[in-house]
Design a protein around this ligand. Structure first.
Ligand SMILES: Cc1cc2nc3c(=O)[nH]c(=O)nc-3n(C[C@H](O)[C@H](O)[C@H](O)COP(=O)(O)OP(=O)(O)OC[C@H]3O[C@@H](n4cnc5c(N)ncnc54)[C@H](O)[C@@H]3O)c2cc1C
Length: 369
């Protein structure tokens, strides 16, 4: 039997990775992107590739994806700006330190390297963090990439396998096995909706909503930080799908710049900078990094994470001929390669190496507030 033909809608990290994996598996693939590769959440994101333990399923998908990223690291082009800086999950006090130890045990039990740093070791690892912090968990396998280049990297792979990639092609409607684009219905055996936060505009009923986030980028300060540094409470902010929240999350870029995050709010696709919230985000970051306010900020932007009510993405069949790879919230760059492999295995009737059930787009889920 020949491999099914596929139209992938959206060329963010997720759509691009799916196109690469599907084309690599022999599927004739066409990618339709309304703007340009990485134009959505991908281009607005930090590019932190991070193992996350919000749930067993999240851990499984993120840690598998990190392995898939590592397998391809040798072929990254220079513009990926790949940095194996690892993550420091910072504990403010002894209560958080207890959480750090539990987190370390969880990672260790699942074969993921992680190291507990006490107060002194943290000071040595990141001297610019404020004094008096209790310690941290270092996850050395986490890395950082430049997200738009990651989308291009996957698309280049897809093209090498024969895929066609069309930018500037807005899909107006999607149905099983067909999409309406520039007034014409285009057909394939399968359509994959990888339109990020726009996925539910194209397929009403998909439980995906935009979750806005701000980032600030500074001028170049090489050596200011060595790791991506994140407060332990970050996961709580990421997983609670209510109201506004901020968390300390700062990343050193290969360029010497710092990316400062993070904020979350549910305000639809409102593209305006929310100055009070951005201010809160920066004050939170400065409370951990007292030297931060002295640095020059160059630019602030917002992006829209595609969020689902249970903090897990939708990967699989929605109805025959119409599949989904969307809803990755703050982990879509990280989990792009795992998502792509999962989707490809399911679509080709192969048994994936991890349980796909938690990601089934038709799973029971709480409603969005
Ligand atoms: C501030 C911020 C920081 C983040 N930091 C990280 C991080 O450090 N690590 C991490 O893993 N993730 C991070 N994320 C999350 C990550 O950006 C997303 O999960 C990921 O980019 C989702 O990828 P995607 O391909 O599903 O969506 P997108 O990147 O949004 O791609 C969807 C694409 O579909 C296109 N499209 C939409 N509608 C149509 C249509 N009708 N026709 C054709 N094309 C269409 C869009 O133009 C877009 O290019 C962050 C997000 C934000 C906002």
């Amino acid at each position: 039997m020949s491999a099914p033909s596929v139209i992938v809608v959206g060329a963010g990290a997720v759509g691009a990775a799916c196109a690469d994996a599907l084309a690599g598996a022999g599927c004739p693939v066409t990618v339709l992107e309304s703007a340009f590769p990485g134009a959505g959440a991908t281009g607005a994101s930090m590019g932190h590739l991070v193992v996350m333990d919000g749930s067993e399923a999240q851990f499984a998908l993120t840690s598998w994806s990190l392995r898939l990223w590592a397998e391809r690291a040798a072929s990254f082009p220079a513009d990926m700006e790949d940095e194996g800086c690892g993550t420091l999950w910072v504990a403010a006090d002894e209560e958080e330190m207890a959480h750090v130890r539990r987190k370390a045990a969880f990672y260790a039990a699942r074969g993921e390297k992680a190291e507990v740093l006490d107060r002194a070791a943290l000071r040595e690892a990141e001297p610019r963090l404020r004094e008096g912090l209790a310690g941290a968990l270092r996850v050395p396998g986490d890395r950082v990439v430049y997200p738009p280049a990651a989308a291009r990297f996957f698309l280049d792979g897809a093209r090498r396998h024969g895929a066609e990639v069309w930018a500037g092609q807005r899909v107006e409607a999607i149905g099983p096995g067909r999409v309406l684009c520039a007034g014409r219905w285009l057909e394939a055996d399968v359509v994959v909706n990888a339109a990020g936060a726009d996925a539910s505009r194209l397929v009403p009923g998909l439980p995906v909503v935009p979750r806005k986030g701000h980032l600030v980028i500074t001028d170049r300060y090489p050596g200011f930080l060595r790791h991506q540094v994140v407060e332990l409470g970050y996961l709580k902010s990421a997983n609670a799908l209510t109201g506004e929240s901020v968390a300390f999350n700062v990343q050193p870029r290969k360029t010497g710049q710092l990316l400062v995050g993070s904020s979350r709010e549910l305000v639809g696709f409102d593209p305006r900078i929310n100055s009070p919230l951005c201010g809160r985000m920066l004050r939170r970051a400065a409370s951990y990094l007292p030297g931060l306010p002295r640095l020059r900020a160059l630019r602030t932007w917002v992006g829209f994470r595609p969020a689902t009510p249970d903090s897990l993405p939708l990967v699989g069949m929605w109805e025959p001929g119409l599949w989904v790879a969307a809803g990755h919230e703050g982990l879509g760059v990280t989990t792009a390669p795992g998502t792509a492999r999962l989707l490809t295995d399911l679509l080709l009737g192969r048994t994936p190496p991890m349980d796909p059930a938690p990601f089934d787009p038709r799973r029971a889920m709480p409603a969005h507030d």
